[in-house]
Design a protein around this ligand. Structure first.
Ligand code: GLU
Length: 311
């Protein structure tokens, strides 16, 4: 069994990121499995080398050592950075193109967010399919204005999976997701494509992450099918950590970032705090990683999102 943590280094980790890291680690290790790290730095504008380096250091400070640790390359070898993996994404993208599933979309953000568009559960607009049937001459006119994004045709059928924590999840693919982007107009591959290619090629069979990504799981299952990856991971989603005013924690909240946390708590205090917040222990106390492993139990983890106003 192999679990993973797949952070995007777009800033210092915050409590929510560390919580996903810790619980994915405990879940993999509790099942006797491996836990690997992959850096999701596809967004070249937002992701920075210094954030990745800090992230590795913060995980090690907490005692979370990934099984693909590599001394030679300062913690993680290059193949675990998505920015080095374009060749794998190109192969997958080409396969989808060969299957006739990909088309050019020239819509602007304004087109996509037009008031009439229905919205998916994550708030993003469900694509209307406007550019699906453009003629070659229409396309060449549009090419002069802007470069297209590449969308995958989503079939009209339902998709379901059994979440290890939230149980059965169902969606109607074309109605709830619509044709989605697999390669952006700047040439970068989308998160959805890259995460599937990587989880499949890296032999990941357990994915633990925040429940905000439940809807993305449907996009990903669709890609597993179309890319002929038959071995599906088991998905476990976690309740979200919210700030006192009900917002999701973000990298902008300085009072929950790792800089602040490391100044104010020891690693064992932080592990205990996280396990207390998510319901694994009833009283807040310091825990070593070993103790955390012995109290960790999916049955005890809350389903409702967790307010963490009292750090
Ligand atoms: N890079 C994604 C994030 O940080 C990871 C999502 C996932 O675990 O699939 O949100």
């Amino acid at each position: 069994m192999r679990g993973r943590f797949a952070p995007s280094p777009s800033g210092r980790m915050h409590l929510g990121n560390v919580y996903s890291a810790l619980l994915s680690y405990l879940s993999a290790k509790k099942g006797g499995g491996e836990w690997i790290l992959r850096i999701e730095d596809l967004d070249r504008q937002r992701c920075k080398k210094e954030y990745s380096a800090q992230l590795l250091e913060d995980l090690l400070w907490l005692g979370l050592k990934w099984d693909n640790f590599s001394e030679a390359s300062g913690g993680l070898s290059g193949e675990f950075y998505q920015s080095n993996r374009d060749s794998f994404y190109i192969n997958a993208f080409d396969l989808l193109c060969e299957k006739g599933l990909v088309y050019d979309c020239f819509c602007s953000r304004a087109d996509l967010f037009s008031a009439s568009a229905p919205h998916a559960s994550d708030g993003s607009p469900v694509y209307s399919g406007k550019c699906r049937n453009l003629s070659e001459s229409e396309k060449s006119l549009l090419y002069n204005k802007r470069l297209p994004a590449k969308r995958i045709i989503v079939e009209e059928k339902s998709c379901s999976f059994s979440d290890g924590h939230y149980g059965n999840q169902v969606c109607q693919l074309s109605r709830d997701l619509g044709d989605f982007v697999i390669r952006r107009s700047d040439g970068n591959f989308s998160y959805q494509l890259a995460v599937v290619v990587d989880d499949a090629l890296m032999g990941v069979d357990q994915v633990v992450r925040g429940r905000d990504l439940i809807s993305s799981t449907f996009n990903q299952l669709y890609l597993y099918e179309k890319l002929d990856f038959h071995q599906l991971p088991q998905f476990f989603h976690l309740p979200l950590l919210l700030s006192a005013d009900g917002r999701r924690l973000s990298k902008r909240d300085k009072d929950t970032d790792m800089g602040f946390l490391r100044e104010n708590f020891s690693g064992e205090q932080l592990i205990g705090k996280i396990l207390f917040l998510c319901g694994c222990i009833e009283k807040e106390e310091s825990l070593s990683l070993e103790e955390a492993l012995s109290v960790f139990d999916w049955e005890k983890i809350k389903k409702d999102d967790v307010f963490c106003s009292t750090l």
